[in-house]
Write a protein that binds this ligand. Structure first.
Ligand code: B12
Length: 211
């Protein structure tokens, strides 16, 4: 008995051991790996995002849920890759050059992965050149930039401009976020989208890749 419905609770409650055990049992019982993601992990992370939005959850709860989601994804990811399942989209994410803050970026990455995206996480202090190289290498349709310092917001503009100079701007949507970033700033630097939270980032990403 795999009781896959318990996966939702495990992710929402941030219980990684239970999330891994339920996923393992479900896969052993023949549940399709994609079903685990689309029908259980993604809705659970949507709910986590909703709770975060309305301040029922805060960063610690989000981190625990992200960890539980990741524990399940560790089991499912290689199976999806082996089956050649197509992700919702492929996103390259990183914190921009000069900036070492990665907690928010990691939450966004986890939410995107839970939402069915293939996530290529370049970490923090990522130069425009590295974003471009990764987007080209992985044929990513979406690039997500995070910045937490007012002084590194300029690196977002540098990165957007570099995509333009590299002739890739038409092929890649760029979304931006981080505490000091605003919709106004996103518009000013020519980004395609902005959201102020990890939960809303998934809906934004889905919208951008659907266009
Ligand atoms: C933790 C922290 C650190 C840690 C970072 C650890 C880590 N691994 O990330 C450490 C100690 C290393 C650090 C260092 C510094 N920090 Co600091 N740090 C913070 C702190 C306390 C929390 C940031 C955080 O993680 N928030 C929680 C996350 C979940 O929120 P978030 O990042 O905003 O992300 C959410 C959204 O913004 C959004 N989001 C984020 N990224 C993206 C991306 C996309 C695409 C989208 C759509 C959405 C999105 O989704 C997330 C979840 O909802 C803040 C203060 C604060 N309360 O914000 C200061 C703060 C950001 N730090 C600050 C400063 C000044 C520094 C230092 C310069 C300090 C120093 N003198 O050395 C250094 C800079 C180092 C560097 N080069 O980056 C200032 C920045 C001031 C400014 N306006 O520029 C702050 C605001 C503190 C302050 N009040 O002065 N810091």
């Amino acid at each position: 008995m795999h009781e896959l419905e318990n996966l939702r609770e495990a992710v929402i409650e941030g219980d990684w051991k239970s999330a891994a055990a339920v996923t393992q049992a479900a896969i052993a019982a023949g549940v399709a790996p994609l079903t685990v993601v689309t029908e259980h992990l993604a809705p659970a992370m949507d709910e986590v995002g909703r709770r975060f939005e309305c301040e029922e959850y805060f960063v610690p709860e989000m981190l625990l849920s992200a960890r539980a989601m990741k524990a399940s994804m560790e089991i499912v990811r290689p199976l999806l890759a082996a089956m050649g399942a197509e992700p919702v989209g492929r996103v390259v994410i990183g914190t921009v050059k000069g900036d070492l803050h990665d907690i928010g970026k990691n939450l966004v990455a986890a939410m995107l992965e839970g939402g069915g995206f293939e996530v290529i996480d370049l970490g923090a202090d990522v130069s425009a050149e590295r974003f471009i190289a990764a987007a080209a290498k992985h044929n990513a349709g979406l690039v997500a930039l995070s910045a937490l310092l007012t002084v590194t917001m300029g690196s977002m503009k540098t990165t957007v401009d570099a995509f333009q100079s590299a002739g890739l701007r038409e092929k890649v949507k760029i979304m931006v976020g981080g505490a000091p970033v605003t919709q106004q700033y996103a518009d000013a630097i020519g980004a395609d989208g902005y959201s102020d939270s990890a939960g809303a980032a998934v809906a934004l990403a889905r919208k951008l890749v659907a266009v």
